[in-house]
Design a protein around this ligand. Structure first.
Ligand SMILES: O=C(O)CCC(=O)C(=O)O
Length: 347
């Protein structure tokens, strides 16, 4: 199946499609989606990341380990994080809360005229002719149901267990609304974007609704957190540093240009990086209620969206309250990667 096949069809048909991924078929080299409707079509889709084909054979691609059986065991959870560089907790969050957060995001997407309202809004079908670009910040800012999901209750309890003390979160919430046909992100580690406080910091990647493979979820490069020696110079970089003596320094300082020569990527190609560093790209069919948490040196990327729906997910960050915090991501109106977050030097 190509993405055009999947994205065509009327709403009712779309709603009744059931997509099952046969993980054993990753052995065939091509990820096979069985798309079942009353007509029982069987079609195929190759997975891509950042526009490039991904080798989904078993030595380079696999399933995330589910740690939900140890979600409430502090020692086991920390041990798992040390071992794997991530913990994937299936069905850990309250599905009702995830749904409430989704409804509010949907309401804001409708307000921004980004959904095709010939279909039920909750399905988040992308408006093929949007009049405006989307405003990520407007999706997450002052979004009480999203913030309750991410910054109270089970989520905070998880980080108290992982960190062993009172926790604070970044005030900035990254919200990803990847439109139908949109690209995922290139391989990177988070520390290059948020390393001015502590390294003892975790990301929570939270699907706001189901995110099956074809919608483009997150992937972790297996064992990559143990490659810190090889990645030492990458991991010590700060994406907001710039050279004041370069011709475009003024544009960085005014905010008209975000990056001088580097956007934090470790590589543009998930497949090539996997060959170089070893390990498999691990992912899953994410469901509402799942959370995937990982550390600052864990290499990750995301799959492209091969549907006509928005992929909705957030990433949020947690650390010990007593540790220093990166000034870019806190406060009422975090400075983020804007001009106030840049650090210049003569190169
Ligand atoms: O959701 C994505 O596509 C990227 C998320 C990410 O890079 C992160 O959570 O650090």
């Amino acid at each position: 199946m190509n993405s055009a096949d999947f994205t065509s069809g009327d709403a009712q048909k779309h709603k009744t499609l059931q997509i099952q991924v046969f993980v054993h078929c990753v052995h065939c080299g091509v990820m096979v989606f069985m798309v079942g409707s009353s007509a029982m079509q069987t079609t195929e889709l190759s997975l891509t990341s950042f526009g490039l084909a991904l080798d989904t054979s078993e030595h380079t691609f696999g399933e995330l380990r589910d740690s939900s059986d140890i979600a409430h065991n502090d020692a086991a959870l920390r041990q798992r994080m040390a071992e794997d560089g991530y913990c994937f907790l299936r069905n850990y969050l309250d599905k009702g809360q995830v749904h409430a957060a989704r409804i509010e995001i949907i309401r804001r997407l409708v307000e921004q005229e980004l959904l095709d309202l010939n279909y039920p809004a909750i399905d988040a079908i992308t408006n093929p002719t949007p009049r405006t670009g989307k405003n990520h910040e407007a999706l997450s800012k002052n979004n009480r149901s999203l913030h309750e999901l991410l910054y109270t209750g089970r989520m905070i309890a998880l980080y108290e267990r992982l960190l062993g003390g009172p926790v604070r979160h970044f005030d900035f919430t990254w919200f990803r609304a990847v439109p139908g046909g949109g690209q995922g992100i290139y391989p990177h580690c988070d520390i290059v974007y948020m390393g001015r406080g502590t390294f003892n910091l975790f990301t929570a990647w939270t699907p706001i609704g189901d995110v099956p493979l074809e919608l483009g979820g997150l992937m972790i490069l297996e064992g990559s957190h143990r490659q810190a020696d090889r990645l030492r110079s990458y991991l010590s970089r700060d994406v907001d540093r710039y050279c004041t003596n370069y011709p475009d320094a003024g544009e960085i300082e005014s905010g008209s240009k975000q990056w001088q020569d580097w956007d934090g990527r470790l590589s543009s190609s998930a497949a090539t990086l996997c060959e170089k560093l070893g390990g498999r790209w691990l992912t899953t069919n994410f469901e509402a209620g799942d959370v995937l948490t990982f550390g600052m040196a864990t290499v990750h990327a995301s799959l492209d969206n091969h549907t006509n729906r928005f992929r909705l997910s957030s990433d949020s960050r947690y650390q010990l309250a007593s540790d220093p915090v990166d000034e870019r991501w806190i406060g009422e109106d975090p400075i983020a990667h804007g001009p106030a977050g840049k650090k210049g030097k003569v190169c």
